[in-house]
Design a binder for this molecule. Structure first.
Ligand code: CA
Length: 575
């Protein structure tokens, strides 16, 4: 759930420190988590992929490295840089593979992974038959004088190597040029998809005018311009009445806003990036988008997704349902989620929420921090680092007060319970990870222990072989959910109604099983932790059904003019 996962994806692909230019500082995770631990994970993943590509295509390691480079997209000179890396470092990697060592040994030999004094040895694959020390000594001897060692030992970054300085310069420039010049934070709505653009909140329809944005009440019934970007504007020539007045007045338009974590933002590492049997140039086409979206896919999320899902599931996001119910709601969505977010830092998220109490339509706000209050990067005593019910109570009340001063009257806030993470271990521990499917050698138990050992596990409490720890984590999550339920039952606010909904995972599993699915198919394959796209859409379906049944006012009325809006304005300018 933490942002350094991005480092894991970008840096190993090139083994370059690109992350410093693409990531933004956030998270309040303990400072003990070091980015080189992610480099170790990244190295093991990439080396495994190279090894398996050679195996599947019955090719040399050299050919397999070049094959991987050929699959990478051209953006940011990724492909060129990859070939460069093969040219410089390939010979050493080949020499190591010749000695029949696994990815753990390769990465420890090249010092992308380091066993620190007094710390356990972290490995993904089973340990070699000969002793670890002996194997490593032997491997180290092979690459003693190699350029890659000069790099990893210098700690100064690969760009400090004279023969790579030029290409580094080129990559940095390419990244800089791919980022919109406009400061994406100062103006919250954007005409760009990524970097917190319209994948995250409704697309702006006039980038040069700050009084124009999705979710506002129409200015002068939008007779002359589309001030709220819902695609409805102008005057009906037949009777001189503005369309926005004719079709939307009294229709109770409203937006949807999610205050969430990586699950709400739909964190997802495509399994295609690691599955060699299917790997092709198509596998990495989405890499630049993914990286500039913090490895999140809000455009496909259960709450604010607006693109068609690639999964065969027919369920729609909450946003698309609200839009279908009342087409005046077009583009009124905000996914204010962040990897690593929890009740502890939700207040800073609210600062980036855009809602003007006087000018805008009411909103449905969903607070869904489903894990990070009990998940944290600390291996030593994870329980003491969890949010207590008292702390959660204080954090959430502060957040609600802040919301009360932001939201237009008539809004609704739904507090969502915490996840039931014990499901992860129960469902996955004996299954093979995508990386282990070819040779049946990496299970989720091994992945969890590898990540936990390196202190980069997104949730050591639940992603653990320790049954007692998993139970304690679940117990605390339940106490926190109960606290949220109590707050919703006892507190009143002037500008919104407050509700609580359980994270009813069992119901989602049952629904999925009725559709012929298996429980493990609801979890992200690569990280073995997050709910995947199917799960998120099933959750959205469940939430919608429950709200419609219990509190129908939250969703607003069905707009009888929907067919006319479609007739006059088509897809209303799309998303
Ligand atoms: Ca409009």
């Amino acid at each position: 759930m933490k942002s350094p996962w991005r480092i894991l994806v970008v840096s190993p692909l090139l083994l370059l420190p690109l992350h410093s230019s693409t990531s933004r500082a956030h998270d309040n995770q303990p400072g003990t988590i070091r980015s080189d631990h992610y480099t170790c994970v990244g190295c093991v993943l990439v080396v495994s992929v190279i090894e398996q590509l050679a195996q599947v295509h019955n090719s040399t390691v050299q050919a397999s490295m070049e094959r991987l480079c050929s699959y990478l997209p051209e953006e940011w000179v990724l492909k060129t840089a990859c070939y460069m890396m093969v040219h410089v470092f390939g010979a050493d990697i080949i020499k190591l593979f010749d000695k029949d060592v696994n990815a753990d040994v390769v990465c420890h030999t090249l010092e992308f992974c380091k066993q620190e004094p007094g710390q356990p040895l972290c490995h993904l694959y089973p340990l070699p038959k000969e002793s670890w020390k002996f194997t490593l000594e032997k491997a180290r001897h092979i690459v003693k004088q190699s350029p890659i060692m000069k790099y990893t030992r210098s700690g100064a970054g690969i760009c400090s190597l004279p023969f790579l300085a030029k290409i580094c310069q080129k990559i940095k420039l390419a990244i800089k040029n791919s980022v919109p010049i406009k400061d994406v934070d100062s103006d919250k709505y954007s005409i760009f998809p990524t970097l917190r653009g319209y994948h995250w909140r409704g697309r702006d329809c006039n980038d040069s005018d700050k009084t124009v944005y999705p979710g506002r009440r129409p200015d002068n019934w939008d007779a002359h311009r589309d001030s709220n970007c819902n695609g409805i504007w102008g005057v009906d020539p037949k009777d001189g009445i503005p369309y926005e007045k004719k079709f939307c007045e009294g229709s109770q338009p409203r937006g949807i806003i999610l205050l969430g974590d990586s699950a709400g933002a739909h964190f997802h590492i495509p399994p295609e990036w690691l599955t060699v049997s299917q790997m092709s140039v198509n596998s990495f086409l989405n890499l630049p988008t993914a990286v500039t979206n913090e490895l999140d896919w809000p455009q496909l999320s259960g709450t604010t997704g607006f693109l068609d899902s690639a999964s065969k599931i027919k369920e729609n996001s909450i946003y698309l349902r609200l839009r279908k119910r009342n087409r005046c709601n077009h583009r009124d969505y905000q996914n204010i989620s962040k990897n690593g977010a929890s009740s502890r830092n939700v207040k800073s998220l609210i600062e980036s929420l855009s809602r003007n109490q006087l000018l805008d339509h009411p909103a449905i706000v969903i607070y869904a921090m489903i894990g990070n209050d009990v998940c944290n990067g600390r291996k030593t005593d994870p329980v003491s680092a969890m949010t207590t019910p008292e702390q959660l109570y204080a954090n959430v009340l502060k957040m609600l007060e802040a919301l009360n001063s932001h939201l237009p009257t008539g809004s609704h806030v739904i507090l969502y319970g915490l996840a039931h993470g014990a499901f992860l271990w129960d469902t996955l521990h004996s299954r093979y990870h995508p990386l282990g499917q070819l040779n049946k050698d990496v299970t989720y138990t091994q992945l969890y222990s590898f990540l936990g050992c390196l202190q980069v596990s997104p949730c050591p409490g639940w992603m653990s072989a320790n049954e007692t720890l998993r139970a304690l984590t679940s117990e605390r999550a339940q106490q926190l959910s109960e606290t949220l339920r109590k707050i919703a039952a006892s507190k009143k606010f002037t500008n919104f109604n407050l509700f609580y909904l359980d994270f009813a995972f069992q119901e989602v599993v049952e629904e999925w099983q009725k559709m012929g699915g298996q429980p493990w198919e609801l979890i992200e394959a690569v990280d073995g932790f997050h709910p995947n796209e199917v799960a998120l859409l099933l959750f959205a379906d469940q939430l919608w059904e429950k709200v419609q049944r219990q509190w129908p006012d939250v969703l607003g009325k069905e707009n009888p003019f929907n067919p006319q809006i479609e007739e006059v304005f088509g897809d209303q300018g799309g998303h």
